[in-house]
Write a protein that binds this ligand. Sequence first.
Ligand SMILES: *Cc1c(COP(=O)(O)O)cnc(C)c1O
Length: 409
Amino acid sequence: MTSTTTTDPLPDSEQPSLGSDAGFATRAIRTGHHRTPEGEHGEPIFTTSSFVFASAAEAAARFAGDLAGNIYSRFTNPTVRTFEERLATLEGGACCVATASGMAAILAICMGLLRTGDRILSSRGIFGSTTMLFNKYLTRFGIETSYVPLSDLEAWEAAVDRRTRLFFCETPSNPLTEMVDLTRLAEIAHRHACLLVVDNCFCTPALQRPLEWGADLVVHSATKYLDGQGRCVGGAVVGDRKLVGEEVFGVLRTAGPSMSPFNAWVFLKGLETLELRMLAHARGAARLADWLLTQPAVTAVYYPGLPMHPQHHLVGTQQRTGGGIVAFEVRGGQAGAWQLIDATRLLSITANLGDAKTTITHPASTTHGRLSPEERAEAGIGDGLVRVAVGLEEVADIQIDLARGLAGL
Ligand SMILES: *Cc1c(COP(=O)(O)O)cnc(C)c1O
C-alpha cells in the first residue's frame, strides 16, 4: 500500500480558512484542526505516547527547543493541541494548556505562579476540592489562603496584604449563584500587583469571557459543560503566553497531569455544540426558576436571570444569560429537601453538573457537607437548599418530576 506516512499538516493554502473576525460558533467548530495529507474531515485522535524524528540532529534540536514540534505526549499532542487552540480562541486568550482534570489545572496554576510565603485571596464557597487544596495541601508549602464574600468588593480590598499574589473566584458561585463584578475585582487585584484567576466552569466562554473583563487567567473543569455529556474528566488554563505557555505549562510537562488525546477529542467535539447547549441549558433554567417561584413549598429561588437577584444587573453584560444552575429553598429543612430529592424518578441524584441529564443535589449534606454548621450558615447554605443543574430534557418533564415531591411538603 502506498500512502504518505507524514502527519505534518497540509500547507495553509490547503487548510479551511477562518476570517480573523469569525464568530464564536464558527471558531468553536473550525479552530485548531490542522488537516493532515490524509484529508480527514473529522479531527483525528493521535494515540501515541512519543513522536519520531528524522535524524539524531533533529531530535537534539527539538529537545533543545531550537526546533518546534512534538516530542512526547506529556508535553504536547496534536489532538490535545486542537482542543487547546479551540478553547483559547473561545475564551479570547493567547494560550491554553489542557490538564488531566479541573483540579490539576488549579494545582498547576498554584505550583507555577506561587512560592512559599505567598498568599491567595479567594471567594468563599468555592468548589470543595479547591478549598481542600488551598487549606490542607498548599499550607504545607507555606502558602496560605484567606476567604472573603464573593460580591463584597470592600472585603476583597480590606483583606489584601503585601504577600497576596493571587485572587481566585468562581462567578456565579455554587450553589447560590452569587456573582462578582469582574472589572472592579480585576482593578483591585491589579492595583495590588495580584493576578485574578476565574474558575469559569459554570458559564463557559459561551456565556462569559473573564479575560475580556480583566481577569488574567481562566481555569476550567472541562468535565462539566465543555464535555456536556458527562463522559470524561479534564481541565484547562487559558491566559497569556508567559503565564500559561511558560509557567503553567512548565509545571504540567514536568509534573505530568496532562490530558489524554482521547479525552481531548471528546472535549473538542463538545466545544462544537457548546454555544447551542449553553443557551438551551439557560432557557430551561430560566423557565424552571419562574415556575419554582409559583410553588407554595418553595420559599426562595436563586437564579441570576431573576430580576430580584442581587447581581441581576450583570446578566446581559458580563454574563450573557442566567446560566444553567438554579438553587432553591424548600419548606421543612433537610427533611423537606431530601423528601423532594427522593421523590424524583427522572432527575439524577448526583453532584455533577453540566450534563445533558438534569441533576439534583442537596448541597448541605454533599458538596458543602464538610463545612461546619456555622460555616454553612455564613455561606448561606440552608438545610432546605436544593441545587438543580438543568439539563437538556423537556422542562415540562423536569417540572413534573419536582412537582411530585413539592406536593408533599
Ligand atoms: C468540578 C469542578 C472543579 C474540579 O474539576 P474536576 O474536573 O472535577 O477536577 C473545579 N471547579 C468547579 C467550579 C467545579 O465544578
